[in-house]
Design a protein around this ligand. Structure first.
Ligand SMILES: NC(=O)c1ccc[n+]([C@@H]2O[C@H](COP(=O)([O-])OP(=O)(O)OC[C@H]3O[C@@H](n4cnc5c(N)ncnc54)[C@H](OP(=O)(O)O)[C@@H]3O)[C@@H](O)[C@H]2O)c1
Length: 302
């Protein structure tokens, strides 16, 4: 099977985009599902200012689907024709499907947070790999738990939505308190659990949380020698989850490993958001076997 005039294009847009693993993941999925003649996944570096024009281009060229990343996840919403309900509440889109020139936006990042936690908590859970079925029958598996989210950007909004959807109370810790307050205001009308907000000067309170999700970029690039939480506030009963996937083992996760906490790597979020994005783009579900193959490959990557 090879690329032909009938092959549909899916595209990740962001700035910068050179480091993105999405083309690698999706083209692997197309090969394994024998869809390589039907779809190809490419990347395009789109500057913030060029977003509107690129959306005209996407309609004009008949691009099938988009994956979008920093800095477009929020800004893209104004150029879309329709939004999935969950993307509307989260206020960010990472997946777009082009239905005969009608662009519909979804968010699958929150599933990238929810599913690794679900697998950790209930390893024998019979996971539906169909986006529509899974999201209709969400398991409430974090009832009466307290979870912390550090940060208040796009990844934080997806994480807060995932944790609240799974039944947890959520404490948001952020450098800029107003951004955390805004998340609280946007989400509390949709959920009955408590949402609390703290500045980073109150990070000691995090020791009372059972799950800690780092959604800041502390741990990557020039911040790779730092952890968003000092080791003294972590304990072996917590699950630590980092959105940062490069490096795989961040300082935060190293701390967790040293004290015996359960740790979840950022590549797990990357994998699961891509699994459901694949389905929205192709209308086909992946098998668990293919997902596990990719998981093995990502586990070996540094
Ligand atoms: N694994 C995955 O699939 C996946 C998916 C999405 C994102 N991510 C990763 O998640 C991270 C955040 O992405 P995003 O889209 O949410 O970014 P974003 O919208 O720019 O938000 C970044 C957040 O980090 C905080 N922050 C930045 N530097 C900080 C520092 N030195 N100390 C404390 N807080 C700091 C910011 O605080 P202020 O509010 O005070 O500015 C902000 O709340 C990135 O590393 C991204 O690669 C991973």
């Amino acid at each position: 099977m090879s690329i032909s005039a009938n092959t549909k294009i899916n595209l990740i847009i962001g700035d910068p985009i050179f480091h993105s693993l999405s083309p690698f993941l999706h083209n692997f999925f197309y090969r394994k599902t024998r869809l390589s003649a039907n779809f190809v996944f490419l990347a395009s570096n789109i500057k913030e200012k060029g977003l509107e024009q690129s959306i005209f281009g996407i309609r004009a060229l008949g691009i099938n689907g988009l994956s979008c990343t920093i800095p477009h996840k929020t800004q893209i919403i104004q150029f879309l024709d329709q939004l999935d309900n969950k993307a509307k509440i989260i206020g960010a889109v990472n997946t777009v499907i082009n239905q005969n020139s009608k662009l519909v936006g979804y968010n699958t990042d929150w599933l990238g947070v929810l599913i690794p936690l679900l697998v950790e908590k209930i390893p024998d859970f019979k996971l539906s790999l169909n986006y529509y079925d899974f999201t209709k029958n969400l398991p409430v598996f974090l009832w009466s738990q307290k979870s912390a989210v550090i940060g208040s950007g796009g990844a934080a909004r997806a994480a807060v939505f995932a944790l609240l959807s799974a039944g947890s109370e959520v404490w948001i810790f952020n450098r800029t308190i107003e951004k955390a307050e805004k998340i609280k205001k946007d989400f509390e009308i949709h959920f009955k659990q408590k949402i609390k907000v703290f500045g980073l000067n109150e990070i000691a309170k995090i020791k009372d949380c059972q799950i800690i999700f780092n959604s800041t970029d502390v741990g990557m690039n020039d911040k790779k020698d730092f952890s968003p939480v000092p080791k003294k506030y972590l304990n072996p009963n917590q699950i630590l989850f980092d959105a940062v996937y490069k490096p795989k083992k961040t300082k935060f996760l190293k701390f967790g490993q040293e004290i015996g906490s359960k740790i979840i790597y950022g590549y797990q979020m990357l994998l699961w958001q891509a699994v459901f994005q694949f389905q929205i783009h192709t209308n086909k579900s992946l098998s668990l076997e293919i997902i596990q193959k990719m998981q093995k490959i990502l586990t070996k990557k540094s």
